[in-house]
Design a binder for this molecule. Structure first.
Ligand code: ZN
Length: 277
């Protein structure tokens, strides 16, 4: 997934040797090279060498909703007894697992239908802050956290989707615990610092960022600085991700597929990770 076009290579017989050679070279060169040389092909999914992990929550009634959001509702239109089964639905653009497009926070910036499809297919990395977030629900990812991650795992490659595992996806079925309001109504869940996001956009050229909370900013933020840093930088973010405990630290691919709402500020998205077994 690291090079555009590679996943659709028409000569499957050549893919495995190339992948193995790349892997061996990567191991020989140490962690920094390994992060750069990661490669997967669609053949790996078909032949069982990689699995597809769904990072998407079910869209249904009663799911946690950021204040001001529109709940998802499903209305039956017909049943099989009528000839075929069909529903209509109502949903906010930012309901459930969803993508925020740059237009959400920037005048003249791309809406969800204008994001280049190649930017929706990324290498993935995972930064685990579960223990820090458990100790402090207002925890924000810092520049030092990013430097520590790179020391252990190698430099973050261009066109990466940087995913933060806060552990909050495990609270999803309990909206009160997920949004974690205090007595004054303020939300408390972890997020990214704007400084860390600016570094990822400007110095690492990432495709975007993702998180398993209702916002990339910490819940208590009133200024949405991390939103501004990523969206006004022309990148996107994915919120309310699921199943992050099934991902490795690096070496996987991610496909983010938002509904193509014309001029949409964002959209519910199916997010799939392709993970080597
Ligand atoms: Zn959003």
């Amino acid at each position: 997934m690291s090079r555009p076009g590679r996943a659709l290579r028409p000569t499957p017989a050549l893919v495995l040797p190339a992948a193995v050679a790349a892997l061996l070279a990567a191991f020989a060169a140490g962690p920094a090279r390994a992060a750069r040389m990661f490669s997967l092909s669609l053949d790996d999914v078909a032949n069982g060498r990689a699995e597809v992990v769904d990072l998407t929550h079910d869209l249904k009634e009663g799911i946690p909703l950021f204040p001001g959001g529109i709940p998802f509702t499903l209305e039956p239109l017909t049943q099989l007894a009528d000839g075929y089964y069909m529903n209509s639905f109502v949903s906010g653009e930012h309901t459930g697992t969803h993508l925020d497009a740059p237009a959400h926070f920037g005048k003249g910036l791309p809406a969800v239908d204008e994001l280049p499809p190649t930017r929706l297919v990324s290498q993935g990395i995972l930064i685990d802050v579960q223990s820090k977030a458990a100790a402090n629900p207002d925890y924000v990812l810092t520049l030092v956290d990013l430097q520590d991650w790179e020391k252990a795992n190698g430099r973050i490659a261009a066109r990466t989707l940087v995913i933060l595992n806060t552990g909050w996806h495990q609270r999803w079925e309990n909206p009160d615990r997920y949004l974690n309001r205090d007595e004054s109504g303020a939300l408390h869940f972890p997020g990214f610092s704007a400084e860390a996001v600016r570094h990822l956009v400007k110095e690492r050229d990432v495709n975007g960022i993702g998180i398993d909370t209702a916002s990339v900013d910490p819940g208590k933020s009133a200024t949405f600085d991390a939103h501004k840093a990523v969206l006004q930088g022309g990148r996107y973010q994915v919120e309310n991700l699921d199943n992050l405990n099934l991902l490795p630290v690096r070496g996987f691919g991610v496909v983010v597929a938002p509904m193509k709402i014309s001029r949409g500020s964002g959209a519910p998205a199916r997010v799939l990770a392709i993970v080597p077994r």
